[in-house]
Write a protein that binds this ligand. Structure first.
Ligand code: IPE
Ligand code: IPE
Ligand code: MG
Length: 241
């Protein structure tokens, strides 16, 4: 058991393609294997009492991939939702989706709405899936909503503060991510939760997402537990608080 547990873990699940390539399999086989890891990590978070898990499933840039991979990924999302929602609900998981969902296949949109509705009152883990999500999109959609309020005369520009913007940013009703994990070896944010990650502890591992297991997760949590979060203060201030 680690002593300091993050309340919110945000993950970039990367390395599916390379995992498949290493086995001479098509990339989609890596994505399929990745779904298995999602199951395991969701279970681990529930068991540990982590409150929020946010997973990057598809970025606003992933449309640039070969058409065939994109459509196979969409099919995989649909199938995964159809298969998993019942058991997520049984396990008291609340499902939330963030991103520009309007660009997703209609069938997927319907399943998402249904799954959110079914699980909305669950009190266990909140599982946030980012699909067609981009951090810049998120900030832009917040700016658009603020501009609409200003245009309607409901908001004065002089009164706009960080909290005003925050209100319109995705999942701002949830605690901010404490721990960010990126598997697959790349050390970048790739347009994930730009606003929300302002003070998140970053953790990178070479492990490819389909290989990421409970032990890897423990190592990430232990790294988090060993860090001093200062939020701009001095180390002494934090120690004496
Ligand atoms: C992450 O794995 C999954 C998605 C982006 C959907 P990748 O498909 O990016 O795997 P690599 O980076 O090519 O290995
Ligand atoms: C980030 O992974 C997006 C997801 C995991 C969904 P990518 O594999 O798309 O990121 P880049 O392109 O290597 O930065
Ligand atoms: Mg990748």
């Amino acid at each position: 058991m680690t002593e300091k547990l993050p309340c919110h873990v945000a993950i970039i699940m990367d390395g599916n393609g390379r995992w498949a390539k290493g086995r001479k399999l098509p990339r989609i086989a890596g994505h399929r294997a990745g779904v298995e890891t999602v199951r395991k990590v969701v279970r681990a978070c529930g068991a540990k009492g982590i409150k929020v898990l946010t997973l990057f499933a598809f970025s606003s840039e992933n449309w640039r991939r070969p058409k065939r991979e994109v459509s196979l990924l969409m099919e995989l999302f649909i199938r995964a939702l159809q298969q998993e929602v019942k058991s997520l609900n049984k396990n008291n998981v609340r499902l939330r989706m963030i991103g520009d969902l309007s660009a997703l296949p209609e069938k997927l949109q319907k399943l998402i709405l249904k799954a959110q509705e079914l699980t909305r009152n669950n009190t266990g883990l909140t599982l946030v899936i980012a699909a067609n999500y981009g951090g810049r999109w998120d900030i832009t959609q917040a700016a658009r909503q603020i501009a609409q309020q200003v245009a309607a005369g409901e908001l004065q520009p002089e009164t706009i503060r960080e909290e005003t913007v925050q209100q319109f940013i995705s999942i701002s009703d949830l605690p901010e991510p404490d721990l960010f994990i990126r598997t697959g070896g790349e050390q970048r944010i790739s347009n994930y939760l730009l606003w929300q990650l302002a003070y998140t502890e970053l953790y990178f591992t070479e492990t490819l997402w389909p290989d990421f297991d409970d032990t890897d997760f423990e190592v990430a949590l232990a790294s988090f537990a060993g860090r001093q979060r200062r939020f701009g203060r001095t180390g002494e201030q934090v120690e004496n608080a």
